[in-house]
Design a protein around this ligand. Structure first.
Ligand SMILES: *Cc1c(COP(=O)(O)O)cnc(C)c1O
Length: 486
């Protein structure tokens, strides 16, 4: 069922509400606003009845795939279930009815949550200080690199290079570049981990930092992490952790114990707050001692009188976000942490890793697994296989939609051709995982017997296969219709 645009449903004169006759005199607008500022033609808004509006938007919402409706194994994104109790708490008027310009004495509850959240993230990561300001992971990366830059400028050391593994997320080189660094790529070895020889060859006194993702984007723990850390630190560089994959490590390892000096968290991934179409993110940064003076302002402090926003950091890189950060996201993540506690967090990682290994073990009988070893919270299959008859990762992803599954991440990481990156998360039941495996087995059979079914998928959705290049290059953003003129 194709739902038309709301503009297509428009009929001249149809209204969503009826108002009583005016009981005041009508004024000529030109008397109130100079003519040159007045709109000369109608606004062109759709004219629809109230039930039409309701049905339109409810239908659109039913066509959406989300974590609340479907299994959503989007690798690297950690699309985990968002406990509803957290929404309820973040919606309490004490949180929603505060204003950023309100005197701090009137927002003590919110400040306390922020203060405690900073402490919890320090505890989880082993970092000494945290700033909750950045609005997402990529923003956390940029903020961190700005601090590293400020550090070396202070020390009058000329370091203009950031090392980034070839398996890294695209935001790592982008953030480095945006911050004015030169980016050098470090190779992965045949096991999918950092190639130590390549790293040693590229590490120098010009290198400010290595940006490392752990587990890496293949879902593998870097077994040589302590060696890596030594290579970077021996030449005076910083070891940066892209914390997007923290879901595998909670309560098991502290990044600080591995030699991490600075990192970002993705609250919207690891700590369950809705993201993607569901809401904004939050990408706090954590640092070890010597970088703390560069943290963005404000951080949250506490004295005898209560909690307050501390702007007094002489060497701070300044503000990176308006007001206090994405507060509502932080509150939801805080609830998540508090409701799980220490033991609960550890269970999350255990179950996330267990679920991923279960799926991997079952699927590798049917699909090519380039890095065949136990994984952490996710793993990467490849659709490059002689027997696949020109079926691509994209085709498999589209066919999964027919079976009611959100597809995995595809074409990332770049070091795997035709990558399918699968991350099940900890809350999925064995039944859900088994249903996913059954569909993947069915797809494997179709590839063998009739690959055209896959290449034309999806068949069961309101919208079939799109020409994605055309859709991206020829955006149709304007509805031209004579009828809805007023
Ligand atoms: C998601 C992700 C990022 C970027 O985080 P955003 O919150 O989307 O900006 C960086 N690195 C990795 C490995 C990621 O998965």
């Amino acid at each position: 069922m194709r739902e038309p645009l709301i503009f297509e449903k428009s009929r001249r004169g149809r209204r969503g509400c009826s108002l009583p006759e005016y009981d005041v005199d009508e004024e000529n607008l030109e008397k109130l606003i100079p003519k040159k500022y007045l709109r000369q033609s109608g606004l062109g808004l759709p004219q629809v009845s109230e039930p039409d509006v309701v049905r339109h938007f409810v239908r659109l919402s039913q066509q959406n795939m989300g974590v609340d409706t479907n299994f959503y194994p989007l690798g690297s994104c950690t699309m985990k279930y968002n406990p509803k109790v957290n929404e309820g708490i973040a919606n309490l008027p004490g949180f929603t009815r505060v204003h950023p310009y309100q005197p701090q004495v009137g927002v003590q509850g919110t400040l306390r949550v922020l203060y405690e959240m900073e402490k919890l993230l320090c505890e989880i990561s082993g970092m000494d200080s945290v700033s909750l300001q950045p609005a997402a992971g990529a923003h956390g990366e940029l903020t961190s690199l700005m601090m590293i830059k400020a550090y070396y400028e202070d020390k009058k050391e000329h370091r203009d290079t950031v090392l980034v593994p070839d398996s890294a997320h695209g935001t790592n080189p982008s953030s480095s570049h945006l911050c004015g660094f030169r980016v050098i790529e470090v190779k992965s070895n045949k096991d999918g981990e950092i190639d130590l020889n390549d790293l040693m060859g590229k590490m120098s006194k010009r290198v400010a930092a290595l940006m490392l993702t752990l587990p890496n984007t293949l879902g593998l723990f870097e077994r040589n992490i302590l060696e890596v850390s030594k290579i970077i630190h021996d030449k005076g560089g910083f070891l940066y952790l892209d914390g997007a994959n923290l879901n595998a490590l909670l309560g098991i390892v502290k990044p600080s114990d591995l030699g991490i000096d600075i990192m970002h968290f993705n609250l919207h991934k690891t700590f369950s707050t809705p993201h993607g179409g569901g809401g904004p993110g939050s990408g706090p940064v954590g640092v070890k001692g010597r970088l703390a003076v560069y943290l963005p302002v404000p951080t949250i402090k506490k004295d005898k009188k209560g909690y307050y926003l501390n702007y007094g950091r002489a060497k701070s890189i300044g503000k990176v976000r308006s007001f206090y950060g994405n507060i509502e996201v932080i509150i939801k993540a805080y609830c998540y942490l508090r409701s799980l506690g220490k033991e609960g967090l550890k269970k999350i990682s255990h179950n996330a890793v267990l679920n991923a290994n279960y799926l991997m073990k079952r699927l590798k009988k049917y699909f090519y697994l380039p890095y065949n070893q136990p994984c952490m919270h996710e793993f990467v299959l490849s659709a490059v296989d002689g027997k696949m008859k020109d079926v691509r990762a994209l085709d498999i992803a589209k066919r999964l939609l027919d079976f009611g599954f959100h597809p995995p991440t595809i074409y990332f990481p770049l070091i795997v051709k035709e990558a399918l990156m699968i991350e099940p998360t900890e809350t999925e039941s064995k039944e859900t995982l088994d249903a996913f495996v059954s569909s993947m087995i069915q797809i494997r059979k179709e590839i063998k017997e009739d690959p055209s079914v896959i290449r034309q998928a999806p068949h069961n959705l309101s919208i079939g296969r799109l020409d994605e290049v055309k859709a991206a290059k020829e955006l149709k953003l304007r509805w031209e219709e004579k009828e809805s003129g007023d």
